[in-house]
Design a protein around this ligand. Structure first.
Ligand code: SAM
Length: 305
């Protein structure tokens, strides 16, 4: 239910209780009749407007169309992630897909906060008995670093620097999204995935990824928010995604720097991937083939470095 819907619902409940405890059943009946009348009027107004009807069904379904198994895992990981239920569902299905379709490679997330998204990946893999893959979690584990004041702007035009600077610890750390590596390790351990298969790589991705990365990736999730880190992640990691592997981008619709990095990367190549919308912010790509474009060849060359 939307915030507006919830507020209206609670206001009506309160009114109902008040009228009932005052024994004012005549007024209560009137209010109910009025509401029923308004509802019928509203339905008549939108009849034939399938956009409104679909929106209504979407809200009413409230994700009940998803598998019960997803809901159980969602409840388990929701306190450990900032992403939406839509993005978590996309990740859930993507992990299931790479496992069942036997897409080779590791699972990688850049920008993990408390680790909730990777806990979900670990739980799905463990459930499927697919525990040979390595899970890579890249983060400063010291909060968000300095954004670019010009590029890292949200969809409403707010420069992220103005907020970040209030929480600054250094240019490479802040109180924003600060979660120590030990806490994330504990969270990951609780997911029951073999601990020796979980790599927590601490530091700025601009330094850690070029030095330490998987040879092959089945699923890559990008969520470090800022332009610079996204450029680095795409350059080093996208070419390592296996054919049929998945890229999930968080904040594409929310942060202009993240969108710019993705758009520039794909505009410079010849892959023309389908950036499938997950929700207003998330996007998903299934990589078609490894032999795509000059960039892929360059990366294949540098894989031997
Ligand atoms: C939005 S949070 C990630 C949310 C997480 N994926 C989830 O599921 O809740 C962004 C994370 O990116 C990390 N981060 C941002 N820039 C980084 C960089 N350049 N290098 C390493 N980590 C970075 C922050 O420390 C923070 O934990």
């Amino acid at each position: 239910m939307s915030l507006l819907g919830r507020t209206a619902y609670h206001a009506l409940r309160r009114l109902g209780y008040e009228l009932m405890s005052a024994g004012d059943y005549g007024r209560l009946r009137q209010e109910i009749e009025q509401l029923e009348h308004d509802r019928r009027e509203l339905m008549a107004q939108v009849a034939g407007d399938y956009q409104v009807v679909m929106e209504y069904h979407e809200k009413k379904a409230a994700f009940r169309d998803a598998e019960p198994a997803f809901h159980a895992l969602y409840e388990r990981v929701a306190p450990f992630t900032m992403t939406s239920i839509e993005r978590l569902y996309a990740l859930y299905k993507a992990v299931e897909y790479v496992s069942k379709a036997e897409i080779p490679g590791d699972i990688v997330e850049c920008g993990v906060w408390r680790g909730g998204s990777m806990m979900l990946a670990a739980l799905v893999l463990a459930k499927l008995g697919d525990t040979k893959r390595r899970l890579w979690l890249y983060d400063t584990f010291e909060g968000l670093p300095k954004p670019d004041p010009g590029k890292d702007v949200d969809m409403w035009g707010n420069s992220q620097f103005n907020e970040w600077v209030k929480y600054r610890r250094s240019d490479e750390s802040s109180e924003l999204a600060y979660v120590p590596v030990e806490e994330v390790r504990r969270n990951m351990l609780s997911a029951g995935y073999p601990p020796e298969k979980v790599e927590l790589v601490k530091g700025m991705v601009q330094r850690t990824i070029p030095a330490q990365h998987p040879r092959e990736i089945a699923l890559l999730r990008l969520d470090t928010d800022w332009y610079d880190s996204a450029v680095c992640e795409l350059h080093h990691l996208y070419p390592r995604i296996a054919e049929g592997g998945v890229l999930i981008v968080d904040d594409y619709g929310h942060l202009q720097g993240q969108r710019q990095a993705i758009d520039e990367y794909f505009a410079a190549g010849d892959d023309f991937p389908l950036l499938q919308r997950i929700d207003y912010s998330g996007r998903l790509v299934i990589k078609r083939s490894r032999g795509q474009g000059a960039r892929a060849k360059t990366a294949a060359g540098s894989a031997a470095e």
